[in-house]
Design a protein. Structure first.
Length: 316
């Protein structure tokens, strides 16, 4: 159903009525490739549906990949990722500034008539302050983690300068000579070997690197902080031999610090309750931002248009 596509990642069913998901790299006529996912009936091989990472349609085939691209990169590739990282940094800094203004002694805690200037903006202004105070500790963690995920090299550079080893051992494995010679144990045998090597873990996915001749399995432990699993098994694709058993949360304090940013950013470190909390925090943070915009709009002017005027205080 996908001529010319190369299967790269397989996600086996968790339950008897689950579909088998296969991530495919589809070559483009102009060069390069795009990814698409096929959902397959594991009993008879029928293709039941799929998802496509490209396109702007809001149907079931495109919606979730589109939302992911918008959230992570504004659907603008590497440039969008840099923008999102800069926004996360600005969000983190502005949260600290807002906290300083809202605490006793800050401008937001001065006389109400000075704080609102126009009586009709008092409610929105107070809502902005209260929602900010209620969420700033959590949203600052989310924003900082987002910055770390967007600019990993900036986060890791000081650690490297201090002498901490941050190399990913997966990239130090030599290529498989047997796979280059045409031998491949295949997906089913590789999956069986993974399950025999880690019977206590759940297999999230199995990926094949045809350039190096490796299979990589993502495993989910019972108390894992990542829903996709933080443990990796690397296999020689020609023999099925386990080459590496590695946990992405890291063995050193610095590696653990960076590895925890994604589970903290998404709330998945704390299970369903954590992800639900992230949703609620996102809604509250958005409500606080809207309340701030309403407070300024009800004054009939933007604070930015008044800062340059001598003797004008936008918060008075």
């Amino acid at each position: 159903s996908h001529p010319g596509a190369d299967p790269r990642i397989v996600r086996p069913p968790r339950r008897a009525d689950d579909a088998l998901a296969v991530d495919l790299a589809v070559p483009l006529r102009a060069g390069g490739e795009r990814w698409t996912t096929a959902f397959v009936d594991p009993y008879d091989g029928r293709v039941l549906g799929g998802r496509d990472e490209l396109g702007w349609r809001l149907d079931g085939h495109h919606l979730m990949p589109l939302l992911w691209r918008l959230h992570f990169t504004l659907a603008a590739g590497q440039a969008g990722l840099w923008v999102m990282g800069a926004v996360a940094a600005a969000w983190f800094v502005s949260g600290l500034i807002g906290l300083a203004l809202a605490l006793p002694g800050g401008r937001f805690r001065t006389d109400a008539r000075r704080r609102t200037n126009a009586a009709r903006s008092a409610g929105a202004h107070e809502a902005h302050r209260v929602l900010g105070l209620a969420t700033v500790a959590f949203t600052s963690v989310i924003a900082f983690a987002g910055f770390c995920l967007a600019y990993p090299d900036l986060v890791r550079a000081p650690a490297r300068t201090a002498g901490f080893a941050l190399a990913d051992p997966r990239f130090e494995l030599p290529p498989s000579a047997g796979f280059a010679a045409g031998r491949d144990v295949g997906w089913s045998a590789a999956l069986a070997r993974v399950r025999a090597s880690a019977p206590e873990a759940t297999v999230h996915s199995l990926a094949r690197d045809a350039a190096l001749g490796h299979y990589q399995a993502r495993l989910i432990a019972r108390d894992d902080a990542l829903v996709r699993g933080s443990r990796r098994l690397m296999l020689d694709a020609a023999t099925g031999e386990v080459l590496l058993d590695w946990r992405s949360l890291g063995a050193t304090p610095v590696e653990r610090f960076y590895g925890w940013q994604l589970p903290l950013h998404t709330g998945q470190a704390f299970g369903t309750a954590g992800r639900t909390a992230i949703v609620v925090l996102g809604l509250l943070a958005a409500a606080g931002a809207i309340a701030g915009l309403l407070a300024y709009s009800k004054r009939g002017q933007s604070p930015f248009s008044t800062w340059w005027k001598k003797g004008t205080d936008p918060f008075s």
